[in-house]
Design a protein around this ligand. Structure first.
Ligand SMILES: O=C(O)[C@H](O)[C@@H](O)[C@H](O)[C@H](O)COP(=O)(O)O
Length: 319
């Protein structure tokens, strides 16, 4: 049985600094002060589907969940603290990669992810991040004009990119004058040029290795524009492909492929809302049927961390 395993609650450096950074946040302290003994403990194991787990009391307490196939790095927060934790971690990644390689390559998705980046454009991150070294890409894009309401570029621009000084030349949107197939080819050509010039790193298998991908999932378990039972899920040569029959409108999209997604140095999987709880549950327990659950194929060379809200995590903890 998949969930006879355990979850560990641990507070090492990142988590501790998040706690101290949050001391002024009364709501956070009120919720977390209900668990003072857990906050003190470095590792605490409890049954995964622990009846005594009250998610509303435990925001910010889950660090790593042990499943049959090993530990998964999972945090459960209120929606507000998903944004706090994500901003903290993105800023850390940004500092690290800029220090190590002089650039930070970040891949965005569409959907609700963008609103969870809102704390990044606030103090202290807004001033401390060296935005001039950021290079921004999309894991998938709808083939519509950039000023169209359904454009992931527009979503990200309005909600995030317009608020920080990333050089426009470092923001790699699709060529919206082209059809889906042409736009995918041109996007791949752009990625190849940036790999050649060293802006994007390369994995041992020759695929581009982005520093950080910020992904969301759909209730059906899709990730990027890789939908259940669609043949492009199996694409293993192209870096970028396209779809003209997307079950989620609009129909025409381009998307990075799984080999590229899985070459990433870091993936942040940001999932909120009870509508995703089944997909989260199945993926984290290692559901073998990845045809029906593409997110189960996300398995990066680097680190994968899940940022869940209480709704998305609800199936993990309740009987
Ligand atoms: O263009 C898109 O439709 C998105 O990139 C898509 O892949 C999204 O990330 C997920 O569907 C999750 O979206 P929500 O977080 O809004 O549910």
């Amino acid at each position: 049985m998949a969930f006879s395993a355990a979850f560990s609650t641990s507070f090492y450096t990142t988590q501790s600094s998040l706690f101290s950074a949050e001391k002024s946040d009364k709501l956070f302290l009120k919720k977390c002060s209900l668990l003072p003994s857990q906050v003190e403990k470095r590792h605490l194991y409890q049954p995964l589907r622990y009846k005594g787990f009250f998610p509303e009391r435990c925001v910010g307490t889950v660090k790593a969940i042990k499943f049959e196939k090993g530990f998964k790095n999972v945090e459960v927060f209120t929606k507000e603290h998903v944004a706090v934790s994500l901003a903290h971690d993105v800023a850390q990644h940004s500092n690290k990669f800029i220090r190590e390689r002089g650039a930070f390559t970040v891949v965005l998705s569409g959907g609700s992810l963008i609103k969870y980046l809102r704390k990044l454009v606030e103090s202290p991150h807004a001033e401390s991040i060296d935005w001039s070294k950021w290079h921004v890409f999309w894991v998938d894009e709808r083939v519509v004009p950039k000023d169209h309401l359904e454009s992931n570029y527009k979503l990200a621009y309005d909600g995030f990119l317009s608020k920080v000084p990333i050089p426009q030349v470092n923001i790699y949107g699709i060529d919206d004058a082209l059809e889906a197939d042409g736009a995918a080819d041109v996007y791949e050509t752009t990625l190849r040029r940036l790999v050649k010039s060293g802006v994007i790193a390369t994995s041992a298998s020759g695929f581009p290795k982005f520093d950080l991908m910020l992904l969301g999932i759909g209730p059906d378990g899709h990730v990027a524009s890789l939908f259940p039972e669609h043949p492009i899920v199996k694409e293993d040569k192209k870096w970028v492909t396209f779809i003209k029959d997307s079950p989620k409108p609009p129909s025409d999209r381009i998307t990075l492929t799984f080999p590229v997604i899985n070459s990433s140095s870091n993936i942040a999987m940001v999932v909120t809302g009870a509508g995703k709880s089944n997909a989260v549950y199945s993926t984290l327990q290692g559901d073998e049927n990845t045809e029906k659950l593409p997110v189960g194929l996300v398995s990066p060379e680097g680190d994968l961390k899940w940022y869940l809200d209480i709704g998305a995590a609800s199936k993990l903890f309740k009987e």
